[in-house]
Structures are given as structure tokens and as C-alpha cells.
Design a protein around this ligand. Sequence first.
Ligand code: NAD
Length: 317
Amino acid sequence: LPTSVGFIGLGIMGRPMATNLARKLPPGAKIHVHDVVATATEQLYTAFPDMVVRCANAKEVTEKSDIIITMLPEGAHVKSVYLDAETGVLAALSSPAAAESTPKLFIDSSTIDTASHLHVKAQLQAHSPTSLFYDAPVSGGVLGAENGTVAFFLGCSASDPNVPRLASLLQTMGGQVIPCGGPSLGLAAKLSNNYLSGIITIACAEAMDMGMRAGIDPHVLASVFAAGTAQNRICDTFNPVPGVCPKAPSSNNYQGGFRVQLMRKDIGLAVDMARRVGARNILGATGLGIYAAASDAADCRDLDSRVVYRYLGGRED
Ligand code: NAD
């Protein structure tokens, strides 16, 4: 494992991921962190004062680290962190000192559009041909980040010589690391996954409500789906109907979990990707409309994405 790592973006996902990383790094290792919200780095610093070094910007993180992980909201944030000429990663890579230093490895775990990723990669390689830049978005939500069980979808082929090095680092924060074939394909895989999971959620919400209104107990209905051809993880583990899965966000007034606004973002990115690659995408527009409206609804906003059950008028008694 490396002894000098950078971590930029310590939000809902980044903070627990960086915490798990800090627990596994060897003695004497340093984590250089940065977030635009200064308080975002406080918790990690307090937990690991000897290891965590708080930095003013991405440039400083890059100068001080061999491997840099980013966990940012959207493509615009990723572009700003990497490409800002004054404070960004590029500013560090463009300095005379950078030419002397060992090549840096960058891992972006944000869920963003593939075009933004490839643009940043091209810019980095133009300034620093030896630098490596991989997309490695995650799946598994906040609980997965806290428990160190997120899956990473890696934007490279399984035969990439850096896979063992990447996997050993990423496995400090998660479980499976799946190489998806090439640059930006980790993102394409993540968007395909979230498209499927978002659409299944809507179908599950509708099917549960339909069966319950017909008179079937929700627990019985969920066990029917689990035994039948409709079996799926959303229904089994994250059932959108309150009370069916006691540990699911739906049973805790949809607190925690995967925010409905993030699902809106990801379905939107998936719909754009489908258009770009020429894939038919009939359910995308409907799904996007539902998640967009739920994101704006006062009784759903900021809650777990499975709150679409409530948005669609599902019974909660
Ligand atoms: P978040 O908004 O909680 O965290 C993002 C962090 O980045 C914030 O602390 C923010 O201050 C920081 N940031 C923004 N712009 C910055 C900049 N220019 N420089 C430095 N820091 C900056 O978001 P999150 O929930 O942690 O999600 C991060 C990414 O992971 C998103 O792309 C999201 O889609 C994806 N994701 C989230 C989940 C989830 O359940 N929350 C699950 C899987 C993937």
C-alpha cells in the first residue's frame, strides 16, 4: 500500500471511504485531504491526527501525494478540481518540480458523465504523459462506504498492469473491484447499473402498491417476489414499502440511503449516454420524470430514492 495518498471530496461517501483507507494504511503513511467545505475534513483529522494533512487545494494535495482519489458530486466539480490552472491538479503537474517527481496515479470515484472523464484524462495526459487516470465509480451507498463493502467499477481492461495495485488500494475501502474494459467504461457500467436499479425501484413500488391494494399483506407479497421470477435486490433488501425490510431506509422514514436527487442525476446521465451510443431507452424518460418530480416534492426531497413509492401515492399505513 502507498505511504502518501491524497483524498479530495470528503462528503457523504468520501468521508467514510477515507476513514476506511486511513485504518488500513501502514504506520507513518500520510493522507493529504481537501474539500471546499473546510469542516468536511475535520472528523477525519480528529480521528487520525498523525496521518491526516489538511491541504488548501487540489494542487497541494497532488504535490504531496503519489496516489490521489477524488469523490466529487458532478462532472463540473471534477473538471474544476483537476483542470483549474491555479489551484487544480494540472497546476501541480505543470510545475517544473513535477517533471522530476515519480508519475502520479489518479482515481476518480465520482459518478459523472463519460465525456467529462475522458476530457480530464486527455488534459492530464497532455500535460503529464506519464500520469495515470482511472475512473472507478462505486456502488453500495453510504452503508457500503461505512462498512467498506462498496463495489468499484474500474475503467480499464482486466489485463491492465496496474490492476493489482489499484485493487489492493481500492479494497481498503470496498469489496469487489471489477475491471470494465477500458477508459470511462467503469462509469458506463455504473450508469447502466443505476439506470437498472432506478427503474426496478419504480416497478417494485408500483407492483407492491398494486398487490397491497388488491388485499395482499406486503410481507407476503415481498416473499412472493423473492420466490418468483420477479426476485431482485431492491425488493429483497431495499423494499420501498415501509416496514417490509426493517433495516431499509423506507422503514426509517426514508432517511439515509441513496438520495433521490442523486438517482435523478444518474438516470439523467444514463439517458444521455443511451442517446449518445444509440441505445433504445424507452423507460428512461418516464423514470427521469418521476425522479425529477420526487426530487422537487417537499415530502420526498433529500430522502432515499426509494421514496418514489411515496411520490407515486403508495400506501404507507
Ligand atoms: P457529497 O455532496 O456528500 O460529497 C461531495 C463532496 O465534494 C462535498 O463534501 C463537497 O464539499 C466536495 N466538493 C465539491 N466541489 C469540490 C471542489 N471543487 N473541491 C473540493 N471538494 C469539493 O456527495 P456524495 O454523496 O459523497 O457523492 C459523491 C459522488 O459519489 C457523487 O458523484 C455520487 O453520485 C456518487 N455516489 C454517491 C452515493 C451515495 O449513496 N451518496 C453512492 C454511490 C455513488
